[in-house]
Design a protein around this ligand. Structure first.
Ligand code: PGA
Length: 225
């Protein structure tokens, strides 16, 4: 069985109390599963809770500043957070849409991650974004990951087909090189297995369904079954 990656992205959800409830539920219900890497990307203020809980998950953030430390109000620089997390989502379609992030910004943020040994998980919806990435960050393939998310599938309840997702992942693979490529967009326990079985998909990225600890645990099980 190939190793799989399951990444949860909480987006701007959960109070501290709700995060604590999720952690308690996850600790009580999730099974230890061999051959799986689980990455959870909550909001920044949840991270100390996860560190204290010592869950068997790697932590990530949902964004990182384009700048290093200094007078950049409201930002969190890679050097401020790198000792607490291992991954950072970069260029999620919601950041591209609501915060105007373009390929230049994405490349700059990826470079910030790489300079602090954070593994960037670059989100993209089309091959053109993969081309832009490798043209601007030549060493991306050393540590980077890709999360392929077609726009129509994000938060819609209508996922891409595993075959289409695999075909696009193959094209991205041919552009970027040998990096893990995840599929994201309306992933639920019921469709996880069919994405994870595809040749060019290394796992799944999960938004809405990651907010429920039991569902997220079910996705982890389905990813490896
Ligand atoms: P969704 O979100 O699972 O709610 O569709 C996916 C994502 O944006 O990563």
């Amino acid at each position: 069985m190939k190793p799989v990656i399951v990444l949860g992205n909480w987006k701007a959800n959960k109070t501290l109390q709700e995060a604590q409830e999720w952690i308690s539920m996850f600790s009580a219900s999730a099974k230890t599963i061999a051959g799986i890497t689980v990455i959870l990307c909550p909001s920044y203020h949840h991270i100390p809770l996860f560190i204290d809980a010592k869950l068997p998950v790697s932590l990530g953030v949902q964004d990182i500043s384009l700048y290093s430390t200094g007078a950049y109000t409201g930002e969190i620089a890679a050097s401020q957070i790198c000792e607490h997390i291992s991954y950072a989502l970069i260029g999620h379609s919601e950041r591209r849409k609501y915060f105007g992030e373009d390929d230049m910004t994405v490349a700059g943020k990826v470079k910030q991650c790489l300079s602090m040994n954070i593994k960037p998980v670059v989100c993209m919806s089309q091959e053109q974004e993969a081309r832009a990435l490798v043209s601007k960050v030549s060493d991306f393939a050393k540590t980077g990951l890709i999360l392929y998310e077609p726009l129509f599938a994000v938060g819609s309840g209508t996922p891409d087909t595993p075959e289409n997702a695999n075909a696009t992942a193959k094209k991205i693979f041919e552009i970027v090189g040998n990096v893990p490529i995840l599929y994201g967009g309306s992933v639920v326990p019921e469709n996880t297995g069919s994405f994870c079985k595809e040749q060019y998909l290394a796992g799944v990225g999960v938004g809405g369904a990651s907010l429920d600890a039991v569902k997220f645990g079910n996705i982890m099980e389905a990813a490896t079954s």
